[in-house]
Design a protein around this ligand. Structure first.
Ligand code: 13P
Length: 254
């Protein structure tokens, strides 16, 4: 389906793949997806594989993303990686506020907004994640949670920043569980996210911002999800770890 917004499909490899495994995967993707022009393709390997993957995708249609970064530009922050360090490897995108970071590492909306500002200062494009838990959905709080995550984690961003920001709606209950949101649930959440973006910024920003869906995206459900009017791509976890499944997701989405 043709939309005003170009689809963006990203693989979030999470804490998987040694350098050798990463090169195998990205080599296969580069080969299989060489002819794809309709979709922006992004792979997000762990930090340790960024350097080698960066070289392996030179002159290809695959772009590089990181899975996290520090809100600081440098200094005494043991274990952290700055935006400029990512830029050294030609990283273009950075996933921020993933629910696993929020849940296991205590990342708050305020921290995520500082990271988003630091990413933009270095001209990295955030893929900023939001999503409700099962308990929140069952309590009828989905929209309230999404709105407060958006208002908190996009705080301080300008319209120009938003033009270079991708959003990812990832219902926490659908991540790694095999339970995908129904197309109606995804479409309704995406339309709501776009509505909040319009009220925070303006209609034009909302019209052009790309909103990915994430949570058990597979070759078998990609087409239906991507055909929803407000779904502009996918952030894929488990199924991005194999050449075949990621390739099929991309091909089924076109
Ligand atoms: P799965 O595709 O494994 O459900 O993971 C989704 C995700 O968290 C992508 O960021």
């Amino acid at each position: 389906m043709q939309k005003d917004r170009k689809l963006i499909i990203a693989g979030n490899w999470k804490m998987n793949k040694t350098v050798a495994e990463a090169l195998d995967l990205v080599g296969g993707l580069r080969r299989e997806l060489a002819s794809v022009k309709e979709v922006d393709l992004v792979v997000c390997p762990p930090f340790t594989a960024l350097g080698e993957v960066s070289k392996a995708i030179l002159d290809s249609n695959v772009r590089l993303g990181a899975q996290n970064m520090s809100e600081h530009s440098g200094g005494a922050y043991t274990g952290e990686v700055s935006a400029m360090m990512l830029k050294e490897f030609s990283v273009r995108y950075v996933i921020l506020g993933h629910s696993e970071r929020r849940q296991y590492y205590g990342e708050s909306n305020a921290l995520i907004s500082r990271k988003a500002l630091a990413a933009h200062a270095a001209t990295l494009k955030p893929i900023l994640c939001i999503g409700e838990t099962l308990a929140e959905r069952e309590a009828g709080q989905t929209e309230a949670v999404l709105e407060s995550q958006l208002r908190g984690s996009l705080a301080g961003l300008s319209k120009e920043h938003m033009e270079e920001t991708v959003l990812a709606y990832e219902p926490v209950w659908a991540i790694g569980t095999g339970k995908t949101a129904t197309t109606e649930q995804a479409q309704s959440a995406h339309a709501f996210v776009r509505h909040v973006v319009a009220s925070m910024f303006d209609e034009t920003i909302a019209k052009y911002v790309r909103i990915q869906y994430g949570g058990s995206v597979k070759p078998s459900n990609a087409r239906e999800l991507m055909s929803q009017p407000d779904v502009d791509g996918a952030l894929v976890g488990g199924a991005s770890l194999e050449v075949r499944s990621f390739t099929d997701i991309v091909k089924n989405s076109i």
